[in-house]
Write a protein of this length. Sequence first.
Lengths: 635, 247
Amino acid sequence: MLDSKIPEGPLESKWRNYQLKSQLINPANKKKLNVIVVGSGLAGAGAAATLGELGYDVKCFCYQDSARRAHSVAAQGGINAAKNYQHDGDSVWRMFYDTLKGGDFRSREANVFRLAELSAPLIDHYVQQGVPFAREYGGVLVNRSFGGVQVQRTFYARGQTGQQLLLAAYSQLYKMKRAKKVEMFTRHEMLDLVIIEGKAKGIIARDLITGELKRFAADAVVLATGGYSRVFRLSTLAIGCNGSAIWKAHKRGACFAAPSFTQIHPTALPQTSEAQSKLTLMSESLRNDGRIWVPKNKEETRKANEIPEEERDYYLERRYPSFGNLAPRDIASRAAKERIDAGYGVGRLKNAVYLDFKHAIERFGLETIKDRYGNLFKMYKKITGVDAYQEPMQISPAAHFSMGGLWVDYELMTTIPGLYAIGECNFSDHGANRLGANSLLQASIDGYFVLPNTINNYLASALKEDHPTIDHPEFEKVEKEVTDQINKLLSVKGEKTVDHFHRELGKVMWQECAMSRNKEGLVKAIVQIKDIKDAFWKEVNVTGGHQEMNTELEKALRLADFLELGLLMCTDALQREESCGAHFREEFQTSEGEALRNDNAYAYVSAWEYHQGEFKLHKETLDFEYVQPTVRSYK
Amino acid sequence: MKVTFRIWRQENKNSKGQFESYEVDGLTEDMSFLEALDYLNELLVTQNKKVIAFEYDCREGICGQCGVFINGRAHGPHDHMTTCQLHMRSFKDGETIVVEPWRATAFPVITDLIVDRSAFDRIIEKGGYITAKTGTAAEANAILIAKEVSDKAMDAAACIGCGACVATCKNSSAALFTAAKINHLNSLPQGKPEATQRVLEMTKQMELEGFGSCTFTGACEVECPEGISLTNIAEMNARRAKAKWFG
C-alpha cells in the first residue's frame, strides 16, 4: 500500500536519476491537461505558476480575497539554503544531516536530501524574482543563524521573509493569470474531493460570496492547503487555516501520516484571556541575539530589569551549553514548559518566560538590533504596549507547524492516484520536528521544483484517458453529500456557538496532545473529543443561510473536520510508544528528562487509513542507508 | 468594559445598507478590536441573529485582509497599524465606536464590512512581477545590489495590500499601493528590463479601475500599517513621466 517510490542509486544522484527516467509530455499536449491547485501559498502559488509556465491549464483556489494573503505571508525569520556563502563549512550533506537529525530521524533520507539539494537554486530563483533579501554593504547576500544548526545558512528579508517570498510567488501566479494559463478562484473553499474510478478527478468548492456549490473537474488535483494547528484553536496560524481539504481527501482514501507530529513554537506571545483568538508568533530569529531566562526565585515580584544577573536562570544555556538559546524548537518549548509548570513562569498569568536583548544591545548597539529586528519590536509594542528595547519580551510556547499531513511518496502523490499534497499539508521532510526556516523552503521546493517535475509522470497516462466532466454521476453524488452536511449543520439550531465548541476542543488538545503526552491523558482525550463532537452536532447554532456569505457556516464546516482530525491525532500519539522530536511521551524519557527514542520498534512513518469512522494503521519503515540514527543531543 | 458599536450592515452589494447599534458589555482592555467583534458575534448567535461579516486572517498585521473604518479613521485611532493589531485599551469605557467598510468606488461592498479589493490584484497583474520562469535564474550572488538600494526596495515591498491608503484618501487614490510595487521592482537591477512597460501599464490599470488621482495630502502614509513613504508616489510619477516622454 505504501510504496515510497524512492529512486535507485546513491543519495546524491537519486533526484537526477528520477528526472532522467520520468515521462515527458510534449507542449502541444500539456495544454489539453487540466490541473486543480487548492491553496495559493508558497507551495500552491509556486506550483500553479510553474505548471502554467510549462503549458498546463491550471485552476487555483484560495479562501482569502487574494492569493497574496495565504498564510506563508506570516513567516518571519527566513529560508535556509546550503549556499555556504559564509564559508563556515556548510554543504548539501550537512544541511541534509541537520534536517534529518532535527526531525529526530523520522523522515525519509531521499526526500530530505532532495530538499537540501534544491535549496541553493531556489535562492537564485527568488533573487531573480526580485525578493529584496538582506545584503552586505558590498552587495552580496547576508545570512543568519537559526535553531538547531551551527552554520549560518538562513536568508531573510527583515522579519518579513514569508511575505516577500509569497509576494514573489503571487506575482508570478498573476503573471500566468494574465497569460491565461491560470484561472484564479479567490474566496472559494474546497469542501470535498471527487474520485472517479479510483483517481482524483475534481473538487466541490463553495463560492464564499454567493454560497453556491460549484463543481470543477481536472486530470489531477494538487492540495497545498497548509497546516492544521488551528485544531488547538489558539495557535500562531491565521484564523482561516484549516484541515478540511486534506481531511476530506483522507476520508475518501488518502492515508494521513504522523498526524500527531505538531510543532509547538517556543517564542509566541502568551495567552492573556479566554476571548483570545490567536497567539502571535515572534520570530525564532530573535533567539540569535535574545537570551531566554526566568527568575531563580519562584516568588519573584520585582520587574525584570531589577533582577540581578546572579538571580536569573538562563535555563537553555544551562541545559544545552553547545546550542544554548538556539536549541531546536521542540527542545526550547519543552524546556519553557518545564520551567513554567515548575512555577517559575513570569507575567500576569505566570505563563511566560523572558526573552532579553539587554546584552545584545550592549554588545552590538541599539541601531544594529533595530536593523535586524526592528519590525518585530514594533509589532511587539503594538500588541502588548511594551517597548522591548527597554525591558525583556514575555514569550510562551504556542501550537505552530504540522509536520504530519497526507502521506506522500517521493513524487508527492498521496495514496489516491492523481491526488498530490505539497507544502505543509503533506508529511514528508521534517520528521518529528521541523527546523526553523525550513518551512518556507519545503513549501517552495515542493511547489516550484518537485511537483512540476513529477506530475508529468502521472499526467502522461491521463492523456490517454477521457477527460473527466462535471456531469459525471460522482460529481452529483459528492455535491449532494456536501449539501446534506451543510443543511444538517444549519438545521441543528442549538444554543451554543461554533467558537464554544472550538474552545472546548482546543483545551483538550492543548492539555493532552501538545508538548507532552501520556497514555492515560490520550485515552481520556479521545473520549472527551467524541463527547464534544456529539454535543456539537446536537447543540450548535449556525445562524444565517447557505446561499449567501456566511462566515459562521465557514467556521462550522471547518470545526466539524477538526473534531474528527483531533481524534486521529490523539490515536496516533497513543500508538507511538516512544518520544521523538515534538512527540514527547512522558513514559519514555531519560533520567535527565530528554526524549527517549525507540528505533527498533518505531522507526516508521505511521500512515492511517480511514474506514467508516475507524482508523487503520499502516507503517512505512524508514531505512537509514546513509546516516546512522544517533541520540539527538544539543547539549 | 462596555461600549456601543455602531456598525454598517448591508445584505449584499445591491442592497442599501444602514448603521445598527449594538451595546456590548463584558469586554476587557486586553481584547483586540477584532476579538471584541468576535465576542459580539457570539452574542448575536445566541440571540439567533445573523453575524456581522468582517475580514481577517492572520491577525498579526501582515496578511492585509482585515481593515475597517473606525471612528472615521482607517484601521482605527493609531497611525501605522492594522485593525487586527488594535486593542480595546485604545477606547474608553462607555464609548460609541462607529465601524464602516472601506469606502471607494473601486472597492464595492460585498456584505456588511467586507469589500471587494480585487482591483489591486488586477493592477499587479499588469506588471507587478519580474518575468523569470522557474528554473531560469542565474547564481544569486552574481547580481550585486548595494545595501541602500536593497533596503529601499524592501521599504516599498513591505506593502501588505490592505487598502487603507485608498480608503483614507479623499480621492480614493491607489497611488501609494501602485507606487510601492513599481518602485520595489523598478529600483532593482532584476526589474530594469521591464521597467518602462511596468510603470505605464500598472498606472494605466490603476486609472481604469476607477481610483482617483493623488493630490499629495499624505493621508495615506499616516494610515499605512507599514508606513510606506509618500515620496514613493513622487518617484512613481517621475518614472511615469520619463517612461511616457523618453521611453
